[in-house]
Design a protein around this ligand. Structure first.
Ligand code: ZN
Length: 185
């Protein structure tokens, strides 16, 4: 079993600053992403992991800067937190995790996160490959991008708000469980 204190986790809150991400009503993805990232980081710290953040406030970094920051941090694992969106409101629901390649170790971490989120009520929309996403392609450690429900689906926003702490803890538990089970070894 891997030791938490030996594992450095880089957390990237998606978007930021002039890049709002997806917007729905008065919600902006960059804000949901930052709130959830900070809460996930708190739980990971409680579990004994060393946590490094790309941003802790509302600033813009390009995806290349985010990947470079992660590479420079010496992190063992890169986790990016986003909200999903669809062409029309209330079209889809659920959580999805994106990886560069589903055969890489990142897919184990992603599946573990999805499982924990499913256990607290989120629909599990699976682990999917997205090899052209810069933060997944340019990072030199296993990388997972979590889409924490659809920002333009009311049902998912209710769940995001009402189970915010449980959602953060489930993500942290999913990461921790995979690491402790040796996903990064
Ligand atoms: Zn996003």
């Amino acid at each position: 079993m891997a030791d938490s204190s030996m594992t450095r986790i880089f957390l990237d809150a998606g978007h930021g600053g002039s890049d709002f991400g997806a917007v729905y009503g008065d919600r902006a993805e960059k804000n949901d992403a930052l709130d959830l990232t900070m809460a996930v980081g708190d739980y990971l710290s409680q579990y004994g992991f060393e946590v490094v953040y790309d941003r802790i406030d509302d600033v813009y970094h390009t995806p290349y800067q985010k990947a470079e920051n992660a590479n420079n941090s010496g992190a063992d694992l890169f986790i990016s937190i986003h909200r999903n969106s669809s062409p029309y409101p209330n079209q889809y629901n659920g959580v999805e995790s994106l990886v560069y390649n589903r055969y890489y170790p990142a897919a184990d971490v992603a599946a573990s996160i999805n499982r924990q989120l499913e256990m607290i009520g989120w629909r599990n929309a699976g682990v999917n490959e997205r090899p052209n996403l810069v933060v997944l392609r340019q990072t030199n450690m296993p990388a997972v991008l979590i889409e924490a429900g659809f920002i333009n689906t009311d049902e998912d926003n209710v769940r995001f708000d009402e189970t915010f702490d449980e959602t953060a803890q489930a993500i942290a538990r999913g990461i921790a469980g995979a690491v402790w089970n040796g996903a990064l070894e």
